[in-house]
Design a protein around this ligand. Structure first.
Ligand code: URP
Ligand code: ZN
Ligand code: ZN
Length: 479
């Protein structure tokens, strides 16, 4: 089965040019002026449209068991939302319970994900430590295509990774050639501030950002980066939301350390005033961690994007409905943390980034797809448009408009943090594995069409990191 996209303008992270694209099975097989059209080809007219690599969202939580409930979007509804928004691959998180075997949790998530419509792959969280965890990390990297491990520095008494765990796991990541990633918030401070606020009678969602001030993230970002630098390991910070964390990443990069930063479309565009909403349910719908921030942090995040300090954009899609949020009616610390956004990420970035003149269309591609593909070793299969690359593409209509609303989105919840946002330029067609998956507002993919993506470790990068560490080592003194 072939698919020919005719007359469009290709936009990659590095160039923009007019050409047709021929896809066969799940690969791009020809790019140029294609006149020799295969008999079985389905033809899509892309005149006036842009063709970009399918989006990669490096941070989602479908069906996550979390804070006493389970996220409302499973791998079916969540990936339908992804495709409707031009995203063809998600990187979700396997999060073992403390003491649960990594392999058992990983297999459970693989089973849940079998119903995915889009492609998917997994980071695996390190929530506890012993020899079996260290051994499973090797099995996952060597046999199951996992090249990144996640560490939650927050969520005390649940999945928090303490410093001893960070040291053991980052060391192991470096040995194995995997990228350690962190949710950087000081869990002890959050716990202390939550209890203090509750004791003072602050029980509503407006207390949520007060329990997680920007310094809580700044401290953890600096600590995680220092631990990684000391060990010679790279580090990737998820959902960077503060000026302090951007500064920590920029400082470390200036010193030659390998540090990556991810920013959420939500943190770039929604500010903390949402927690002052007089309607409890609306304020609670915005409870996520780190919280939405005062506007000055948004400016710092955009500066970080423009300067290359932050390289990827994500959503942290973790959808909880109003009934689930109401679990924290009398105690803000019990409101399940998370918001949706996998469908809106690319549109929001286009409107508030490209249309606002903050980033170019090529930078948009880098931020929404290519950089994640490179950091997590899926490039050049994913994140680019080349002969031989996977046929994961989005056809973007820069002239079309849309108003974002929970009434029309595909997530299973009744709220959108982007409600009412006007978008100029929308994804019209999403091609996943060489097939039309979303076209003119119609879902064409089936549950189970999504493929698991193996992400082997990237040996040359780790060899050079280890060599750097060796070069910096002083010689032992002979006595
Ligand atoms: O509030 C959030 N972000 N929920 C999901 C878990 C996490 O911290 O990423
Ligand atoms: Zn997080
Ligand atoms: Zn998350």
């Amino acid at each position: 089965m072939s698919l020919l996209i005719k007359g469009g303008t290709i936009v990659t992270h590095e160039e923009t040019f007019k050409a047709d694209i021929l896809c066969k099975d799940n690969k791009i097989v020809e790019i140029g002026s294609i006149s020799n059209i295969p008999k079985d080809a389905e033809i899509i007219d892309a005149t006036g449209k842009l063709i970009m690599p399918g989006g990669i969202d490096p941070h989602t939580h479908m069906q996550l068991p979390f804070m006493g409930t389970v996220a409302k979007d499973d791998f079916a509804s969540g990936t339908v939302a992804a495709l409707a928004g031009g995203t063809t691959t998600i990187i979700d998180f396997v999060i073992p319970n403390p003491q649960q075997s990594l392999m058992e949790a990983y297999k459970q998530w693989r089973e849940w994900a079998e119903k995915a419509h889009s492609n998917y792959t997994f980071h695996v969280a390190i929530t506890w430590w012993d020899e079996s965890v260290s051994k499973d990390m090797a099995t996952l990297t060597e046999e199951y295509g996992v090249n990144s491990f996640k560490h939650f520095m927050a969520y005390k008494n649940a999945i928090m990774a303490t410093d001893d765990i960070l040291v053991s796991s980052f060391t192991r990541c470096l040995e194995l050639g995997a990228v350690p990633t962190v949710h950087a918030e000081n869990g002890e401070l959050v716990y202390h501030l939550q209890n203090k606020l509750l004791a003072e009678g602050m029980t509503g969602p407006e207390a949520h950002p007060l329990s997680r001030p920007s310094s809580v993230e700044g401290e953890a970002a600096n600590r995680a980066i220092s631990i990684a630098n000391t060990l010679g390991a790279p580090i990737y910070l998820v959902h960077v939301s503060t000026e302090e964390a951007v500064d920590a990443i920029r400082y470390a990069k200036d010193k030659g350390h390998t540090v990556f930063g991810e920013v959420l479309a939500g943190h770039l565009t929604v500010d903390e005033s949402v927690y002052q909403n007089t309607d409890w349910a609306t304020a609670a719908a915005h409870v996520m961690s780190p919280p939405f921030r005062p506007k000055k942090h948004q400016d710092a995040l955009w500066n970080g994007v423009q300067a290359g300090t932050l390289q990827t954009t994500a959503t942290d899609h973790c959808a909880f409905c109003a009934e689930q949020k109401a679990m924290g009616k009398d105690n803000f610390a019990m409101i399940p943390n998370g918001t949706a956004g996998v469908e809106e990420r690319m549109m929001v970035l286009w409107e508030k980034g490209v249309n606002a003149g903050k980033i170019t269309p090529n930078e948009f591609v880098a931020l929404t797809s290519t950089n994640s593909a490179k950091i997590f070793n899926m490039y050049p299969n994913k994140g680019c448009i080349r002969v031989g690359s996977d046929a994961d593409l989005v056809i973007w209509n820069p002239e079309a408009t849309k108003t974002i609303s929970a009434k029309t989105h595909h997530s299973n919840i009744e709220h959108s943090v982007y409600e009412g946002m006007e978008i100029n330029g929308v994804p019209e067609t999403t091609i996943c594995n060489g097939k039309l998956a979303w076209h003119n507002n119609t879902l064409l993919s089936k549950s189970g069409d999504g493929k698991y993506i193996d992400r082997p470790t990237y040996a040359p990068f780790y060899e050079s990191l280890k060599k750097r560490k060796e070069l910096n080592k002083p010689l032992a003194v002979k006595r």
